[in-house]
Design a protein around this ligand. Structure first.
Ligand SMILES: *Cc1c(COP(=O)(O)O)cnc(C)c1O
Length: 364
């Protein structure tokens, strides 16, 4: 079976992990600091706060930006549930707005409609889904016009760029995940980025029990700290990230070329000015066809994945909380039609050719 994901661990990860284990400094340590600085520099922000996972990073990013109980936060219904759950963690209220059906990302037009309709929107939490940046020109223009706080869920988009500027550097704060199947990983792990010094200081307290100085706790915080072991893995992974992204892009280009004339699927749309890092290579096909196609791929040894098969407001947790009447048509259509194919950098040339042959052979 050709799998959907396959984490790559090299000699440097082995060496650094061994060094950390031998040093005895297993929790916070020098590699955490080094990793925070390197990842922030790579992404174009001043500060980085390493955390236990992407979900914790989202939680901290929202708190750092002053999201309080009762605040309204606009977000997309077409994402992993951690996105909107992080808003619930703050006892704030997600306001779901529809996606642009071409990119699967939150629609700036729909954001503006919601800003006009709902008063007191505090923040907008965007998601660069599958590794494709949102329309940052339009979103930054809306931010200037309406003055909301912008937070980026960049958990799938390490290294993605809009007009040569990396995602995670547009908003007040952003969150990344280093879960095992992301474009780079630390097993479990995450980071919060910001260029605001006050926010950085507060965020550091939040991940460490609200600690201000050795024995002084001035706010309610958590234990969200990343280990030195995980950070050592992250340092080695970050050195490879660009080469892995390039491989993903090459694989995606081969698929685009090979699939462009197939009448039963649509290849991903990449707007000008965007560097899509292809965390997922996601095609669209009719909902009547999707299950048959998945079965056909499985029978031929090719794994695939549906991200996501439900909009967030239809999850029981949200239906129970008064979201029963929300309707985002483009997102509801997308959940029935999307399908992701393996695109990761561990695929050999043969794997890619085989996937192309099998996909192209459907219905022949
Ligand atoms: C992976 C992911 C998260 C959560 O990250 P974890 O490290 O698994 O907690 C949040 N949002 C999106 C869009 C993700 O893909």
């Amino acid at each position: 079976m050709i799998n959907m994901a396959c984490p790559i661990v090299g000699e440097k990860e082995d060496r650094l992990i061994k060094e950390v284990l031998d040093s005895g400094v297993l929790a916070s340590g020098k590699y955490v600091k080094q990793f925070e600085r390197s990842f922030a520099r790579y992404s174009g922000t001043k500060f980085g706060i390493a955390t236990v996972n992407g979900t914790a990073s989202l939680h901290v990013a929202l708190l750092m930006c002053g999201i309080k109980p009762g605040d309204k936060v606009i977000t997309t219904p077409f994402s992993f549930i951690a996105t909107s759950n992080s808003i619930l963690f703050c006892s704030a209220r997600p306001v779901f707005v529809d996606i642009d059906p071409r990119t699967f990302n939150i629609s700036p037009i729909e954001i503006e409609k919601a800003l006009k309709k709902e008063k007191n929107i505090k923040a907008v939490l965007i998601v660069h889904l599958y590794g494709l940046p949102c329309d940052m020109e339009a979103i930054v223009a809306l931010k200037k016009k309406y003055g909301f706080v912008l937070i980026e869920d960049s958990c799938q988009a390490h290294g993605a760029e809009f007009k040569n500027k990396k995602v995670g550097s547009f908003g007040e704060a952003s969150a990344f995940s280093f879960y095992a199947t992301k474009n780079m990983m630390t097993g479990e792990g995450g980071i919060v980025l910001t260029s605001n010094e006050e926010a950085d200081k507060y965020g550091r307290q939040l991940i460490n029990h609200g600690r201000y100085s050795h024995s002084l706790h001035t706010t309610l915080g958590y234990n969200y700290r990343l280990t030195n072991i995980a950070a050592a893995i992250g340092i080695a992974q970050l050195e490879q990230l660009e080469s892995w992204i390039e491989k993903r892009i090459v694989n995606a280009k081969k698929y685009n070329e090979a699939f462009k004339n197939l009448d039963f699927l649509k290849t991903p749309y990449v707007p000008k000015n965007c560097r899509h890092v292809f965390h997922q290579y996601t095609v669209r096909l009719s909902s009547a066809e999707r299950n048959k196609f998945i079965e056909y791929l499985t029978d031929n040894g090719v794994d695939s994945g549906v991200y996501y098969d439900s909009v967030l407001y239809r999850q029981p947790l949200y239906e129970r909380s008064g979201y029963g009447s929300v309707m985002c048509e483009a997102a509801e259509k997308a959940v029935g039609e999307v399908l992701s194919l393996p695109v990761h950098p561990s695929l050999s040339g043969n794997d890619v050719d085989r996937i192309i042959k099998i996909v192209s052979g459907y219905r022949k």
